[in-house]
Design a protein around this ligand. Structure first.
Ligand code: ADP
Ligand code: ZN
Ligand code: ZN
Length: 739
């Protein structure tokens, strides 16, 4: 019997595909993890061999042979292979598609999984330009002279630049006057000398306690939650731990949220270490990504820094994983394979027996809960390292106070004082654009997106109404489309409007806006930061981009224009996000000598969560919020899975989810599972988006195991449902957005 190859292919189908081995390939070469090129439908794709078996369900005559074996050694080390298997299983996702998300693009396309090789042309030993065979070949003679000038050889790709013709070289090769050598384009730089380029700071007491606790556990798996207020010196603790790892001859993987990967972060690592650093983030090209990935895998990079997907970077000698700003929502992928890099990082650390440090000033409620039940060791840094004082919070009740483009009188006074004292003001507002909608004062018409159940935002500078959900944009009407009258007014305030208004209120000071619109051009963020760092009094207005990573030592007043969204929202995570944002934004203030003040405008000044947060700090807030979650049976005290569907016609998505729901109900009985609730199906909170109708079915389980047993049995049935063809659907395990 010839063996059968079971392959994971880049397809959403949650199954393996059977092939016969390619002609002439010995059995021993077929190790799990190698890539093969195979025919798939009308295309050719690259698949990963999962297992070799002797029997297939597919009839013999229908089994196709694989076309080509691409690797002699599996490109993915066993540890990463195992992590991908775990991921696919846990997220109920196609294994082939999981590999597609986890592997560098070029590997998925069949590129060799080894550092780039290139041919180099060298002069042969003893070859001379006055060789009689060249007397009547002046071009070959010149070519040989040029080659001889390069004792390291000339890379094939540089021949053109040196005006060397391929033809002359081939002639020389035939005459034995040059030779070709294939070798790596980048030579491996080996590490030499001390790891440190600058001395380490003496740690303060709290930092030392945290450092020692982690160092004591550095030999095996243990999870640490480093909860340190902004500026408490978490990064310094990371750096000193990494030093330990490097000295032990191991590698460190550092994960950071996308937006934090400014030059600042990288600079701190480069200034500290004489080490080979590999970077993996969204701004590198496919080749650079593969090179960084290979360097990590082959032990040629000591420190690997990257965003979410860098979690899947193999390491030859892994020693430590650090995940900074662990509460950040960008660790959760919101499309395709909906994994959470924090959760997977823990799994990986356990599988590879590594310590892992999750750091944040505002840990997620999930992680705090894990610390409370002893799964993570909690280490706290409560003081700012540089001696700066923590900011003071003030809740400003704006009930029945007039707001001028969102700014109240008392706030305006505080701004005047701060600027007069030569300091900077930061105004936080989580809405881009000029105004969240345009309203007809006569009939109440609102600028609704034609494709979504959402209002369009007025962007005055571009004279456009834009939908932030589907990207639709149009010119604002001159008169009301309903009643034809012309009294159209912007309602609410976005960053553009706040910027405009502040410019009028404070004509003597620059107003700088920092949001996705104002920083989309390359270099514009750096330019804005340059102005801020000069330290002259000014006003910064921005969205949550302001909350992340930057240090604004001259900012002493932080104004949060509207905290209420986080307290009203239907999303149970809204208050957690609001609290994290407030604390993170506040953390930008008064980092140097001058203490900071944070003014929060709200209509709910007595809301218990807001009171806890501002009077007793984030951890008191988190305790309160956790007890509310416990009482309501919400995560982390239960587990969620969300089946989303969308369709062209109204009702279609819900019909499909109805069918799926009946299947689930039936399975609950068949499998005798309890503690699982099916909530829905219901229309999504924003039912229509980009012209499609959306609905969702929420599964809530008091324990994870039965919920996963259910899903495992359920999804194959869902895939077979008659309705599944007319809808787009996806399953989100541990969703963080219920939209
Ligand atoms: P975090 O990562 O918690 O926000 P950082 O590591 O960036 O904090 O530290 C904040 C500031 O304090 C930095 O300027 C850093 O150089 C300084 N710092 C950190 N640890 C110490 C220390 N032990 N002694 C003096 N300064 C420190
Ligand atoms: Zn009208
Ligand atoms: Zn829209």
């Amino acid at each position: 019997m010839p063996p059968i190859l079971r392959l994971a292919l880049p397809s959403p189908l949650r199954t393996l595909f059977d092939y016969r081995p390619p002609a002439g390939v010995p059995h021993a070469a077929l190790q799990p993890g190698v890539r093969l090129r195979v025919p798939f439908g009308r295309r050719e794709v690259v698949g990963v061999l999962v297992e070799v078996v002797t029997h297939s369900e597919v009839p013999e005559a229908k089994l196709k042979p694989a076309l080509e074996l691409l690797d002699s050694v599996p490109p993915l080390p066993p540890a990463l292979f195992k992590l991908c298997l775990w991921t696919a299983q846990y997220y109920q996702h196609s294994l082939g598609d999981t590999f597609s998300w986890a592997l560098p693009v070029l590997l998925r396309q069949g590129e060799p999984a080894e550092a780039r090789q290139e041919r180099f042309w060298h002069a042969a030993t003893g070859a001379r330009a006055d060789d009689p065979r060249l007397s009547r070949a002046p071009r070959q003679r010149d070519a040989l002279k040029t080659i001889a000038q390069h004792p390291q050889g000339v890379a094939h790709s540089l021949l053109g630049q040196l005006q060397l013709s391929r033809d002359s070289l081939d002639q020389l090769l035939r005459k034995g006057l040059v030779r070709v050598e294939t070798r790596r384009t980048h030579q491996v730089r080996s590490h030499q000398g001390s790891w440190l380029l600058q001395p380490e700071l003496p740690l303060n007491q709290e930092q030392r306690a945290a450092f020692e606790a982690i160092r004591a556990g550095i030999e095996g798996f243990q999870a640490f939650l480093l909860a340190g207020v902004t500026g408490s010196g978490k990064t310094e603790v990371y750096l000193q731990l990494i030093h330990q790892i490097l000295q032990a001859g191991k590698q460190a993987l550092i994960l950071i949220p996308e937006i934090n990967l400014g030059p600042q972060t990288l600079a701190r690592f480069e200034q500290r270490f004489n080490a080979r650093i590999a970077l993996l983030h969204s701004n590198i090209n496919d080749r650079e990504r593969l090179d960084a990935w290979l360097a990590a895998r082959d032990g040629e990079a000591d420190i690997i820094i990257g965003t979410r997907s860098a979690l899947f970077t193999p390491m030859k000698n892994p020693g430590l994983i650090i995940l900074d700003e662990e509460h950040d929502a960008s660790y959760k992928q919101q499309e395709g394979l909906r994994y959470h890099a924090r959760d997977l990082a823990i799994v990986r650390a356990r599988q590879e027996n590594l310590p892992i440090v999750l750091g944040s000033a505002t840990p997620s409620l999930e992680s705090l809960h894990n610390a409370h039940i002893g799964r993570y060791a909690l280490l706290k840094l409560t003081q700012r390292a540089g001696g700066a004082q923590a900011p003071r919070f003030l809740r400003l009740d704006v009930k029945s106070r007039p707001l001028d483009s969102g700014i109240s009188g008392p706030l305006q006074q505080a701004m005047t004082q701060t600027l007069a004292a030569g300091q900077q003001v930061l105004v936080f507002l989580n809405r881009r654009g000029f105004a969240p909608s345009l309203l007809c004062h006569d009939c109440g018409w609102l600028s609704q997106c034609p494709r979504c159940d959402a209002r369009m935002t007025l962007h005055q500078r571009h004279n456009e109404l834009r939908c932030h959900h589907c990207g639709h944009a149009e010119r604002p009407p001159l008169s009301c489309p309903e009643c034809n009258r012309v009294d159209l007014r912007p309602v609410g305030a976005g960053t553009e409007r706040a910027e405009e208004r502040l410019g009028i209120l404070f004509p003597d000071f620059p107003v700088l806006r920092i949001d996705r619109d104002s920083t989309s051009r390359k270099g514009s963020m750096e330019q804005l930061l340059g102005v801020i760092n000069r330290g002259e009094p000014c006003l910064l207005v921005g969205t949550q981009m302001l909350a992340k990573g930057h240090h604004f030592p001259r900012v002493t007043l932080v104004a949060i224009l509207d905290a209420d969204g986080g307290l009203f929202s239907a999303d149970f995570r809204a208050s957690e996000r609001m609290a994290q944002l407030i604390v993170q934004v506040a953390g930008r203030a008064g980092r140097a000598e001058e203490p900071g003040k944070v003014i929060i405008q709200t209509h709910l000044a007595d809301h218990p969560l807001l009171v806890q947060l501002t009077e007793q700090g984030y951890f008191a807030f988190a305790d309160q919020a956790l007890s509310e979650r416990r009482a309501a049976g919400l995560p982390p005290f239960s587990h969620l899975a969300l089946l989303r569907a969308e369709a062209q016609k109204p009702g279609q998505a819900e019909d499909f989810l109805d069918q799926a729901c009946s299947e689930a109900e039936q399975l609950l009985m068949e499998l005798g599972l309890s503690g699982i609730e099916l909530l829905g199906p219901v229309p999504a909170p924003m039912e229509r988006r980009a012209g499609r109708f959306r609905a969702q079915l929420l599964l809530q389980g008091s324990a994870r195991a039965p919920l996963h047993r259910l899903m495992h049995a359920w999804l194959p049935r869902v895939e077979q449902l008659p309705g599944s063809r007319s809808v787009r659907w996806s399953l989100d395990i541990d969703p963080i957005d219920l939209f």
